[in-house]
Design a binder for this molecule. Sequence first.
Ligand code: ADP
Ligand code: ADP
Ligand code: ZN
Length: 215
Amino acid sequence: MKLVLLGPPGAGKGTQAVMLVERFGIPQISTGDMLRAAVKDQSPMGLKAKEYMNSGALVPDEVVVGIVRERLQQEDCQAGFILDGFPRTVPQADELKKALSELGKNLDSVISLEVDTDALVERLTGRRTCGACGKGFHLKFDPPGADGRCSVCGGELVHREDDQEATIRNRMDNYHQQTAPLEEYYRTENVLQPVDGMQEISVVQQQIVSVLQAD
Ligand code: ADP
Ligand code: ADP
Ligand code: ZN
């Protein structure tokens, strides 16, 4: 199964992707996670990406397209994958189409998670991530252990620098300008499948699975 999870920052893409990985046994490809790893390693790409990310801007297309192209060629992606946070611009979607067709593949489904702006802000301000294993939490909606640490590995939770209110507004604006046109793009390709992302995490998961199984 070759999937894209589309939706604004905080819609639940990462949360749902992790659950889909377990269910279908295909990898999650999160450009946000890969970029944050590069920033942490201070690789040349990370150094370049850092200021864009901290201001809430998108990293230039050629940087992101390069890492996705490379990732899609790896062995574990051959049976399928879940793209989380990519594509985010029309040129990225065009490049994805090209890369997949070179590999003799095409997308099965683009799940579009629909969530109100107010709910997105609340989700992002309360989002915490384990600094050790990467598991995501929410202070109110998906709380960590009573000790305030990761319930899986005991790691310390971090509040992402770009999940502060001022940066969140920027990211929302950029979403509407640069990413939202992809809904129309994929509707035209007959692969767009909208899912109501305002429901509980487990209900959203059930709906994604039923939409995919109806294909
Ligand atoms: P969220 O989960 O809140 O949607 P991500 O973790 O996916 O955010 O992305 C964090 C940041 O990484 C983005 O704000 C952007 O700067 C950069 N980024 C991630 N994916 C892309 C992409 N496909 N194109 C450009 N920039 C990206
Ligand atoms: P994205 O990857 O789209 O930016 P995340 O999966 O990181 O979004 O979710 C953003 C925050 O909202 C996280 O703290 C997560 O625990 C929480 N969250 C995700 N899905 C839901 C939901 N359906 N209801 C309430 N909170 C949610
Ligand atoms: Zn952890």
